[in-house]
Design a protein around this ligand. Structure first.
Ligand code: ADP
Length: 229
């Protein structure tokens, strides 16, 4: 495989979806699994699908894994297999190694082995689900650092109809607005009333915050908690 290509090793639910979604986005994808049925199933969706053992260095090299820029190792069920696959791919010198973890220890070992990105989908989804249940006004939350989050939040009632300047949002809540998403009623081509989303990517101090606008803000966890009320 040539440069700028992806290899996905382990085609369980997660790896299979990653490989197919990457291919849908026009990427070159090499999909590898030791299960021939899985490899057959995915072969129509990806650039190349191969039956190979992830713990066999020679088989991985022959498959072309060493020549890929990014390798995603998605063997969650068997940590030992995942770790051996990580070691092999790291020894190949692959630039970007992403690993799907299945436990806290799996994540720790992967990080110690120098993996660039460790994802732990079950844990991350559980956290997201709980956030959505407990904080329904928070639509999306990305941790930028230990202290700061990028958050999409429904604008609190107190500032509806106010300009950013008059809302005093920075002093009152300690957050910075970086974008405003508005839902504007329109009449569509069929003459039906519809809602269109407009995004103000560079809100100025005189821009108004409307009822039900969604604010994209940066702030500490405490500030964001205050904003969501
Ligand atoms: P998920 O939780 O995403 O479903 P699993 O850990 O259940 O992930 O699936 C792992 C995938 O990796 C399976 O498709 C399995 O056939 C494959 N796999 C397991 N061991 C190896 C190996 N040594 N070499 C290649 N593929 C493997």
């Amino acid at each position: 495989m040539k440069k700028n290509q992806f290899a996905v090793i382990g085609l369980g639910t997660f790896g299979y979806s990653v490989a197919v979604e990457l291919a849908k986005k026009g990427m070159q994808v090499l999909a590898v699994d030791n299960n021939n049925e899985t490899v057959n199933r995915i072969s129509q969706f990806v650039t190349q699908a191969l039956i190979a053992d992830a713990t066999d260095e020679k088989a991985m090299e022959d498959a072309g894994v060493a020549d890929c820029d990014s390798v995603i190792i998605s063997i969650g069920g068997n940590i030992e297999t995942s770790i051996l696959a990580i070691l092999i791919v790291k020894e190949f010198g692959v630039k970007n190694v992403i690993v799907k973890s299945s436990s806290r220890w799996h994540s720790k070992v992967a990080a110690k082995l120098g993996v660039d990105t460790v994802v732990y989908p079950e844990f991350e989804m559980a956290k997201k689900l709980v956030d959505n249940i407990v904080m329904p006004n928070i639509l999306e939350q990305i941790e930028l650092s230990k202290d700061y989050n990028l958050v999409e939040v429904v604008a609190p009632k107190e500032i509806w109809g106010k300009t950013i300047k008059n809302s005093n949002i920075r002093n009152n809540y300690g957050v910075n607005i970086i974008a405003i998403r508005k839902h504007v009623p329109i009449i569509n081509d069929d003459g039906q009333s519809d809602i269109k989303e407009e995004i103000n990517m560079m809100p100025g101090s005189d821009d108004e915050i409307g009822r039900n606008d969604i604010l994209v803000v940066i702030g500490s966890e405490k500030s964001v908690a205050k904003l969501r009320g």
